[in-house]
Each structure stands twice: as structure tokens, then as C-alpha cells.
Ligand binder design. Structure first.
Ligand SMILES: Cc1cc2nc3c(=O)[nH]c(=O)nc-3n(C[C@H](O)[C@H](O)[C@H](O)COP(=O)(O)OP(=O)(O)OC[C@H]3O[C@@H](n4cnc5c(N)ncnc54)[C@H](O)[C@@H]3O)c2cc1C
Length: 309
């Protein structure tokens, strides 16, 4: 959360949520969609700083918070935060998914293990391992992940957002063999293109841009920042006429989409609950706000644990 852009959002229309994430568990989606506005009000009532009161996307509704201020607000509200200790039951698992564990990523998402990590390194499946040992079940879509195509080069956590190559819709996309592999329109989150890139030889791709694409200052700005941009004549295949620049990209995994199966009360088993990216099956088949799901189910998990549900 601290590393994120901190836009906490939902689809404005329920039908859009279903259409964008068609394989997600409808009951869990309903809970997030109906509970988010109240969750955001609760954050504001605690004093969490809002940077923008809208998302900038007409299809979604939500707010952008300042991540450090939001984190500090939650820590203050929690009061007695203790690290390195094991609590008694009940337990709420919220370790943030398993993208930080390369063995789990190879097992469930990418056998070649060629994805770069675009997230904190500590969300490494501890919640999942703990719950599985207690008889938990896994959600559908365990092989899916949310991410961005990034330059195929090392990057720091400060570069997670500025180096995201979020202009695949304006590019022609080829793999190393010179095959144009993505059919149809790229979705607005570009997560479908990112997942398709992961399936290519070497788990990478080339974005090819012509003069028309580079007229968009947003696209041109991102291309200019990419350390892996090259002249088209240096490509391993013949570029289509009119190509001005090529950028080597590779998926960076932000968080897992599959994970633990919970019910509407965030329950896994007696005394065991989960929230956030440890939970799977909410945005399966697409992408929806991970922070929104974490906020709504985090509060529900706490209420369930307190009431002994
Ligand atoms: C660059 C970037 C931009 C993003 N932008 C957005 C955005 O604008 N909107 C949006 O909705 N989502 C965004 N996200 C995704 C969002 O950050 C996650 O969906 C969200 O943080 C998940 O919440 P969480 O509580 O499950 O996990 P996290 O926020 O990752 O928190 C999990 C915490 O658990 C800790 N942990 C792990 N294992 C253990 C253990 N064994 N014991 C104790 N602690 C442990 C981790 O260190 C971490 O601090 C972005 C993410 C990134 C990286």
C-alpha cells in the first residue's frame, strides 16, 4: 500500500465490474462494490489525507489518498502495533499475496519464472502457506496476476510508477520471433496485454511506435524514460514501415489475483480470516482495485473476528 499510487476505486456500474472481471466470485465482488464508499468515508473520518476526490476515469469512482499519510493514519488508529510476535486466535491473514516468492510464482503463474517484481519483496505467500496448513481452499484463477509491462531492465521501487510502460494500446506489439501476438483491443488497465506478454518466448515483448503514436505527449514521455528503447534497425526482426522507436518490455508483477478462498464474512475456517491480496477470486479474469478489496474485506474480517462469526 505504501508503494502504491493509492487510488482506491470501484467500477461506477455493477455491470462493468462483472464484465471486466467475469470469472470473479460474484458474492465477493458484490460485497466490495457495495461496501467501498462507506470504507472510504471511514478512512476520511480517521483523517487519512485525500489527494484527489475522483479517479480521472469516468468508468470508475473513488479517491486518491496520500500513501504515507494513509499508512500513518491507520497505524495511529490501530494503536498498539507489535511486530515479531505471534497472536492468539482469532487470526486475520493480510500478508499481501505471494508474488515475492519466486518458487510459488513458478508453480502457479509462470513456469519460466521470468517476471520482474513490481512490489515489496516481503509478500511471499506466508498467509497462503499458513492457511493451507489449516485446510484452506484456493480460489479460481491462481495463475493470474496484476502487473504492468516495464522496461526489461533493473528498476527501483521509486520507479514502479514512472517507468510503467502503460501505452501498449498505442503500440504494435511483437515477440522476439517478430510475431505480432496480441489480437483485438487492449483493455484500459492493459493487464490482458501484460499477461499475454508473459506467455511469449523469454516472457517479454517489443513495443513498436510510429510517428502518430509518438504525437501523444503521454506516450512520448514514457518512451523517453524507458532505458530499453532502441532504434528499429537494431531489432532482431524487420520492423514494419514507419516504426520510429522500439522498446523492450517485460511484465512486472504487482500482485497475485488468485489466492485464498473466503466467504462474504472473510472467513477461511474457525478463527481464521483473510483480507487483501492474500484473498483470491475477486478480480479474476481482469483487474479491479486491490486497495478497495483490502479495505472492504479488512474491515469485515475485523468485525467477524470480534463477533466470533
Ligand atoms: C507501484 C504500485 C502501484 C499500485 N497502485 C494501486 C492503486 O493505485 N490502486 C489500487 O487499488 N492498488 C494499487 N496497487 C496495489 C495495492 O498496493 C495492493 O493491492 C494492496 O496494497 C494490497 O493490500 P494488502 O494489505 O493485501 O497487501 P500490502 O499492502 O502489500 O501489505 C502486506 C504487508 O504484509 C507484510 N508481510 C508479508 N508477510 C508477512 C509476515 N509473515 N508477517 C508480517 N507481515 C508480513 C508485507 O511486508 C506488507 O507490508 C499498487 C501496487 C503497487 C506496487
Amino acid at each position: 500500500m505504501l508503494l502504491s499510487s493509492c487510488v482506491i476505486w470501484r467500477f461506477r456500474e455493477w455491470d462493468d465490474f462483472r464484465a471486466e472481471c467475469p470469472a470473479g466470485d460474484e458474492r465477493l465482488q458484490r460485497v466490495v462494490w457495495e461496501g467501498l464508499d462507506e470504507g472510504i468515508e471511514w478512512l476520511e473520518s480517521l483523517g487519512a489525507p485525500v489527494v484527489k476526490h475522483e479517479t480521472g476515469n469516468p468508468r470508475t469512482i473513488g479517491k486518491r489518498f496520500e500513501p504515507r499519510g494513509l499508512t500513518d493514519t491507520l497505524v495511529r488508529a490501530a494503536g498498539d502495533v507489535r511486530l515479531g510476535t505471534t497472536s492468539e486466535e482469532p487470526t486475520i491473514l493480510a500478508t499481501g499475496g505471494f508474488q515475492g516468492d519466486s518458487a510459488l510464482v513458478r508453480e502457479h503463474i509462470h513456469p519460466g519464472g521470468e517476471l520482474r517484481l513490481r512490489a515489496n519483496p516481503w509478500s511471499a505467500g506466508d498467509g497462503m502457506r499458513h492457511a493451507l496448513a489449516r485446510g484452506a481452499e484456493l480460489s479460481a484463477g491462481l495463475g493470474e496476476f496484476y502487473g504492468r509491462n516495464m522496461p526489461d531492465a533493473d528498476f527501483t521501487e521509486e520507479q514502479f510508477v514512472p517507468l510503467a510502460q502503460l501505452y501498449g494500446r498505442a503500440a504494435r506489439v511483437f515477440n522476439d520471433r517478430g510475431e505480432e501476438f496480441f489480437e483485438g483491443d487492449v483493455s484500459w488497465s492493459e493487464n490482458d496485454l501484460v499477461q499475454a506478454t508473459a506467455q511469449q518466448p523469454g516472457g517479454r515483448a517489443w513495443y513498436l511506435l510510429d510517428r502518430e503514436a509518438l504525437k501523444d505527449p503521454e506516450v512520448a514521455g514514457r518512451v523517453a524514460l524507458a532505458p530499453t528503447r532502441i532504434d528499429p534497425s537494431d531489432l532482431p526482426f524487420a520492423a514494419p514501415d514507419g516504426t520510429r522507436v522500439a522498446v523492450r518490455v517485460k511484465p512486472g508483477i504487482t500482485h497475485t489475483i488468485g489466492g485464498l478462498r473466503i466467504d462474504e464474512h472473510a472467513r477461511i475456517a474457525d478463527g481464521l480470516y483473510a483480507a487483501g491480496a492474500d484473498v483470491g477470486g475477486i478480480s479474476t479474469g481482469g483487474y479491479a482495485s486491490g486497495l478497495a478489496a483490502a479495505l472492504v474485506f479488512g474491515r469485515i474480517a475485523a468485525e467477524s473476528a470480534l463477533s466470533g462469526l
